[in-house]
Design a binder for this molecule. Structure first.
Ligand code: XMP
Length: 522
């Protein structure tokens, strides 16, 4: 299993806490919470050996939760040598049970199991993790098995109705466990528990701050690129924007950004990129107006996968042409994030859509890659972007698919249809922004259908295009729900689109979650 290739080390000046991922969706969240305590954290698979962990020299280790029972065959284990390294370990949920199970305690199906909000009762002084939290407090639980007897030397520090050992510690061996999930927001004192572990039990130095991330990255980029030159494809999205701003800080005008205007962008998006990066931040910027080439490539293409393929291929070609204008660039900057690094290692099921990422260029392009965001989470990237002087409109931009509006126009893509959709889309986003819903909503946009419907305007019959409004809430785009937008806002969107966008005479709202729908229509 190679699900968690390591990002580049953050430099010796930062202490590291490793999170062993036992298969729950919580491992990333745990790592993020630890970083919120200003301690660098990375995720490793359960197959990691004690020797591999020792080589990374972490100051602490966290075992995440996981979906299995320690008693079932194939349940993930950790190399028992890890307990002998003298590095403090915190087990969470399955992780706590695993510690008890592997060190002489007993884990059993004790009662009904606990799911959701549960009251935790602190025993005695609460020990290292709980001593400064209330004697009774709500925590988030999700377990069937429970630790019924801790291992030798492990002192229970809290219990609940169904978990006699809901927290334990063995300070001498550096073993800590909590049955509840301190990383979720439903555990109000959870962040304190994690901080007590990393700062007190592990003695980690809280050096992982934005200023230190910038300094460390700038040094690393300078070391890697030396006196060479780099180019960066800008998509207008937050990841490539922050990567470019960071590399610009390190290399100045030895970085040239390339922005390909595919003609499939949102209203005024191209102008905004030029304004921000060239005029405002003073970066070298090559803009390629390739709209005609993209429309030509899309002529007569209606099948969604065929559209994606045509756009992806042409993008590479255009980028290669633009590269000729940037002499001697050997390095290519990409905005790969830590979740991409983690996820690219996992085996994927069926291809639902072939994703084309602007800037996601093929390996054989003969560049050396510079990926300065490879160890960062999205929220860290946003904070970094603000720190580097990028405007809110870029830093808080919603995700936008690489193939752009082409996958929001059903049927053939033409310049006229793009212009129609751009206007409708701008209205959707503007009305949601005015209603203060912009950051609550993961993505909001308009889709242009290739059917026409009958309507009546000013006593005249109309025969026009319907626009479908799509707005979803989501954590990570893997699942999504349709946003419960107030009816007044939907009304404003509908009436403005029909009045302001010629050719459109009907507006529908998409109330499909993902699954079964996807977020985009194609
Ligand atoms: P779906 O439509 O599959 O999309 O639910 C999930 C998320 O991915 C975005 N998306 C893309 N992003 N290149 C991208 O960079 C693509 O080809 C692409 N297709 C979809 C989509 O907007 C949503 O956020």
């Amino acid at each position: 299993m190679n699900a968690h290739p390591a990002p580049p080390p953050p430099g010796d000046e930062h202490d590291t806490v490793l999170v062993v991922d036992f298969g729950a969706q919580y491992a990333q969240l745990i790592a993020r919470r630890i970083r919120e305590a200003h301690v660098y954290s990375e995720i490793v698979p359960p197959t990691v050996t004690a020797a591999e962990i020792a080589a990374r020299r972490p100051v602490g280790i966290v075992f995440s939760g996981g979906p299995k029972s320690v008693h079932v065959e194939g349940a993930p284990r950790i190399d028992p040598g890890v307990y002998e390294l003298g590095i403090p370990i915190l087990g969470i949920c399955y992780g706590a049970q695993l510690i008890a199970h592997q060190t002489g305690g007993r884990v059993d199906r004790s009662g009904r199991g606990e799911y959701g909000r549960t009251t935790l009762v602190v025993d005695g002084d609460g020990g290292t993790l709980l001593h400064d939290t209330p004697a009774e407090q709500p925590v988030w639980m999700s377990h069937f098995d429970a630790i019924v007897e801790p291992g030798p030397g492990q002192r229970p520090t809290a219990h609940t109705a169904d978990a006699p050992v809901a927290a334990f510690e063995d300070v001498d061996r550096g073993l800590y466990g909590v049955q509840f999930h301190p990383e979720v927001v439903h555990t109000p004192h959870g962040q304190q528990v994690l901080e007590r572990f990393v700062l007190d039990a592990c003695g980690a130095r809280p050096t992982w701050t934005m200023a230190s991330i910038i300094d460390t990255s700038v040094d690393a980029i300078r070391r890697r690129v030396g006196d060479g030159r780099a180019i960066c494809g800008l998509s207008g999205g937050v990841d490539s924007a922050v990567a470019a701003a960071l590399v610009h800080r390190a290399l100045g005008d030895r970085l040239t950004c390339v922005f390909v205007d595919t003609g499939l962008l949102r209203l005024h998006e191209g102008d905004q990129v030029v304004e921000t990066f060239h005029r405002h931040l003073g970066m070298e910027l090559v803009t390629v107006d390739a709209a005609e080439r993209f429309f030509a490539a899309l002529e007569g293409v209606t099948e969604p996968e065929a559209k994606r393929k045509a756009i992806g291929e042409l993008f590479i070609r255009v980028f290669e042409d633009a590269r000729e204008q940037v002499e001697g660039a050997r390095f290519l900057v990409q905005g790969t994030l830590y979740p991409d690094v983690i996820e690219s290692g996992t085996a994927h099921a069926a291809t639902i859509k072939s994703h084309h990422n602007v800037g996601g260029l093929p390996d054989d392009m003969d560049f050396e890659l510079v990926e300065p965001l490879r160890s960062l989470f999205k929220d860290e990237v946003r904070t970094l972007g603000t720190e580097l002087g990028l405007p809110d409109e870029i830093v808080w931009r919603q995700p936008f698919p690489g193939p752009g509006l082409a996958v929001r126009i059903i049927g053939e893509v033409t310049p006229d249809k793009v212009a129609t959709l751009q206007r409708a889309d701008a209205i959707v986003r503007e009305e949601l922004r005015v209603a203060g819903l912009e950051r609550v909503i993961w993505q909001s946009f308009a889709v242009l259908a290739d059917i026409r419907t009958v309507g009546v305007m000013g006593d005249e019959r109309t025969y026009g295009w319907p626009v479908i409004v799509r707005a979803v809430t989501s954590e990570d785009a893997m699942t999504a729900d349709w946003a419960r937008i107030p009816h007044e806002v939907l009304e404003a969107i509908s009436s403005r689109i029909i009045n302001e966008v010629a050719g459109v005479n009907r507006v529908a709202y998409d109330i499909t979650s993902k699954p079964p729908g996807t977020i985009e229509w194609e």
